[in-house]
Design a protein around this ligand. Structure first.
Ligand code: FES
Length: 124
């Protein structure tokens, strides 16, 4: 289980674990680390909207909804200032797409977030 510290926003705000990208997002004033790939067909969840119920993300490709609580539970994380430390799974939860390679390479890159996912947290 890789433990990685990275930027909550801006450059290097995306951790790529064995080919699966993760970003720090904020929904309903609460921050969390989420997989940036839709479990349906791999759509860009970092560009998702938030459903009217405020508890699910809406994928921009086919508009399937994904539970924020489920995504939050997948990656334990803590944010201190502008940095986030998270414990990543070596493989995404069931339903991840596509299946990651067997190695667990870790990389950092930039992914812009949809406005709905980048509103400031109420707590640090
Ligand atoms: S790829 Fe996300 S809904 Fe199809």
């Amino acid at each position: 289980m890789p433990v990685v510290t990275f930027s909550a926003e801006g450059r290097d705000n995306c951790v790529v674990i064995a080919g699966t990208p993760y970003v720090y997002a904020t929904v309903g004033g609460r921050g969390f680390v989420m997989r940036a790939r839709c479990p349906h067909r791999g759509g860009p969840l970092h560009l998702a909207g938030v459903a009217e119920d405020g508890v699910r993300l809406v994928c921009p490709w086919h508009e399937r909804k994904t539970s924020v609580a489920r995504m939050r539970a997948e990656v334990p994380a803590v944010r201190v200032g502008g940095r986030v430390t998270a414990v990543f799974p070596e493989r995404p939860a069931a339903g991840g797409w596509p299946a990651p390679p067997q190695d667990c390479a870790v990389g950092l890159e930039h992914r812009p977030l949809a406005p709905a996912l980048s509103r400031p947290s109420r707590a640090g």
